[in-house]
Design a protein around this ligand. Structure first.
Ligand SMILES: C[S@@+](CC[C@H](N)C(=O)[O-])C[C@H]1O[C@@H](n2cnc3c(N)ncnc32)[C@H](O)[C@@H]1O
Length: 225
């Protein structure tokens, strides 16, 4: 799967790719193509933004440089996601849905946002990381790449995805590793028993317990998962 990122701050992506996603790239399962919108500036001063019509604070990213950056992708098409506080809130269901796409364009806004006409012209989806305002779409795009990229077949072993939080409408059960005792707290006996059936039963109960206490909305079918 290829992520095409349209941004004014490509360096964010150089610093942010590591671990599972980096391995996915090395294995040829994922590609990240970062396009610097500044390369499509309207003049030799590198201008890509302007004052808002009607007045008001801050600058707006111009439609033309974004459009030209998008067009430079050539035949690449498919869904174009604008990372925006006004979008639908990103969740695991959306991540799974997007992981089935062969290509995804991620448009990162900055300053006061982008000219509405570029949204109307090229954007198919608006996605928000949550009900708060970030300085730019780059961190949100990184989150989308990470959450979607790890679901691309072959990036992670299917086993690792099976009991994960949200995979069956539940949060994951508690996990433990060595040592068996830490600060006087023991690993639950059942996990040392070697009894597969009992371990499964315990995990299911604990997953339900965690969901009930931390995210009861998931059990009521109202949660974003
Ligand atoms: C400072 S914000 C602009 C906010 C805009 N003026 C508004 O009030 O809706 C700049 C950019 O950050 C990104 N951004 C901000 N909050 C976000 C969020 N919650 N999720 C995803 N992207 C966000 C968007 O790309 C946005 O264009």
């Amino acid at each position: 799967m290829t992520f095409h990122v349209l941004t004014l701050f490509p360096e964010v992506f150089e610093a942010g790719i590591h671990s599972v996603i980096k391995r996915g790239i090395q294995d040829g399962k994922i590609a990240i193509n970062v396009v610097n919108i500044r390369d499509f500036a309207i003049n030799c001063r590198g201008q890509t933004d302007g004052y808002p019509y009607g007045g008001g604070a801050g600058m707006i990213m111009m439609a033309r440089p974004i459009y030209d950056a998008y067009k430079s992708l050539g035949a690449a098409s498919g869904r174009v996601v604008y990372l925006s506080p006004q979008g639908r809130v990103f969740d695991q269901t959306t991540a799974a849905e997007l992981s089935a796409e062969g290509e995804l364009v991620l448009l990162c806004g900055h300053y006061e946002g982008v000219d509405q006409r570029i949204i109307d012209e090229i954007v198919t989806d608006e996605i928000s990381l949550g009900n708060f305002v970030l300085t730019g779409g780059e961190i949100a795009a990184m989150a989308v790449i990470d959450a979607v990229g790890r679901l691309v077949p072959g990036v992670i072993k299917p086993d690792s995805l099976m009991d994960e939080s949200f995979s069956a409408g539940l949060l994951e059960y508690p996990q433990f590793t060595r040592p068996r005792t830490f600060m006087g707290r023991d690993v639950p006996e059942v996990l040392l028993s070697g009894h597969h059936g009992e371990v499964e039963k315990w995990r299911r109960e604990k997953a339900l317990e965690a969901t009930r206490s931390k995210r009861p909305d998931l059990l009521e079918g109202k949660g974003h998962g």
